[in-house]
Ligand binder design. Sequence first.
Ligand code: GUN
Length: 291
Amino acid sequence: MAAQLIDGQAIANQIQQEIKEQVAARVAAGKTVPGLATVLVGGDPASAMYVSMKQKRCAKVGITSFHVELPADISQEALEKKVADLNADPKVHGILVQLPLPKGLDEERVLQAIDINKDVDGFHPLNIGRLAQKGREPVFLPATPAGCIELLIRSGVKMEGANAVVLGRSNIVGMPVALLLVERNATVTICHSRTKDLPGLIRQADILIAAVGRAEMVKGDWLKEGVVIIDVGTNKIETDDEKGYKWVGDVDFEAASKVAAMITPVPGGVGPMTIAMLLQNTLKAAALADG
Ligand code: GUN
């Protein structure tokens, strides 16, 4: 049986509509317009594109975005000073420093400089630390991991007691999504480049989160019948057609569709959800600032 498609674009549109209504309601009530500052350091084209997409989406829901572009050779002190200025700006409720930072800059120190109540990316060490501890609440959840969980929730997938396999252990996706699954009482296995018998472990998954960044690495015969697949991978591969390329996930979509119960497409799965969750965090940050 063909897998049911988890339409991330449709779910993200629905969330964005909800956010748009909530922003309009708070503005109508005389409260501040939520504001997101995006900080882009250096000229990496992919990072510039991601930031531009985030700004466009802000505009669509009525969130003001403030863009800060800084040169790749900026000093650590000057970058932290910029973050401090944004911390102090009452129009800015959320601060997003696009990662990765150019070489020579200390990412952890920059993330630590962000006011925890404005950390809409959820990457502040305190937010991540709280995520890793029972009974502690992060102020914000990282957007992509939160988007994966939201897709599972809105698709009616039961996480409690499920065998969840996370492929990849990055700070941005793999590790935090594993923590979120544990919080929801899944039994979680984190796989990575040194994992022995990867196919064997993945075959045990009721839920697979693939976030390793390797095109179509997970094959159809690595999957259990009825698995639910959230594919975070966005890999560009060459094609013979006029366009010359296409985007694929970390999972062989065609083969997986024949075995899985549900699967996210690439593009149109997790990608749109990342921005939707960022907007949701920015709205929450504005509400926190209301006092
Ligand atoms: N780089 C890749 N993903 C992200 C993200 O979600 N936030 C930031 N700030 N940088 C990223």
